[in-house]
Design a protein around this ligand. Structure first.
Ligand code: PXP
Length: 236
């Protein structure tokens, strides 16, 4: 399983004081030195953490790959086409949410997603759609022309009862297998951490995980290099 680090919360800490430190771009370079497979940032419409300067500098400086999480909104699509990340991950976005709360419904947004993907493909940007592990959603993701899906793992991560966690893992396993059959790449993310990755990594059809909060939180205590290396160890 490849592991891409989401560095949004380095920017959250920087913005808490309107300071220049800690710089998410520096964090990306340290994570690359530690062996990460790619860097993920979510350029939100309200710019609460990552800003345009971060995205453009990351584009210039990182040597792995850039995954730009984004809403399918005109302003952000324009920036994505200009910056040309290797991957754009389409997510639903609500201003009042603390973090992305779940997958986008592809079924309810067929026209919007088709045109967004067409625009991004013109600039050779591969497109992933963040969705729930539901059969109909995966079929719809293939129909609108996505290259990847990212399976929302929040329900798995938040499950308190073991049986509930197991059920959700099964759903993800079936969803990932179907996506592979349809020719889609399979990423996964949200709420993955050092404990639940021990179970999650057993899934065969997941190409890549996108993890942020758990690693940045651990980095506060042990340093980013060690926090990243420990997660890499778990994903391999
Ligand atoms: N994938 C997507 C689409 C997300 O929105 C997020 C949160 O920004 C993540 C993965 C990473 O989630 P976490 O920070 O809980 O690891």
């Amino acid at each position: 399983m490849r592991f891409c680090l989401n560095i949004d919360h380095v920017a959250t800490l920087r913005n808490a004081r309107a300071e220049i430190q800690p710089d998410p771009v520096t964090a990306a370079l340290i994570a690359e030195q530690a062996g990460i497979d790619g860097i993920v940032v979510h350029l939100r419409e309200d710019r609460r953490h990552i800003n345009e300067r971060d995205v453009r500098l990351l584009r210039e400086l990182i040597t792995t790959k850039l995954d730009l999480e984004m809403a399918a909104k005109e302003e952000i699509i324009k920036i994505a086409c200009d910056v040309q990340p290797e991957l754009a991950t389409i997510v639903p976005e609500k201003r009042e949410e603390l973090t992305t709360e779940g997958g986008i419904s592809v079924i309810d947004n067929i026209t919007l997603l088709k045109s967004t993907i067409k625009d991004l493909h013109k600039y050779n940007i591969e497109v992933s759609i963040f969705i729930e592990p539901e059969i109909e959603e995966i079929n719809a993701a293939a129909e609108v022309g996505a290259d990847y899906i990212e399976i929302h793992t929040g329900t798995f991560a938040n499950a308190i009862i073991e049986a509930e966690q197991f059920d959700e893992l099964e759903k993800i396993r079936i969803a990932a297998k179907l996506a592979k059959k349809l020719g889609l790449g399979v990423n996964a993310g949200h709420g993955l951490n050092y404990l639940n990755m021990k179970i999650f990594r057993e899934l065969e059809d997941i190409d890549e995980v996108s993890i942020g909060h758990a690693v940045i939180a651990r980095a506060v205590f042990v340093g980013l290099d060690r926090a990243v290396r420990e997660m890499i160890e778990l994903t391999r």
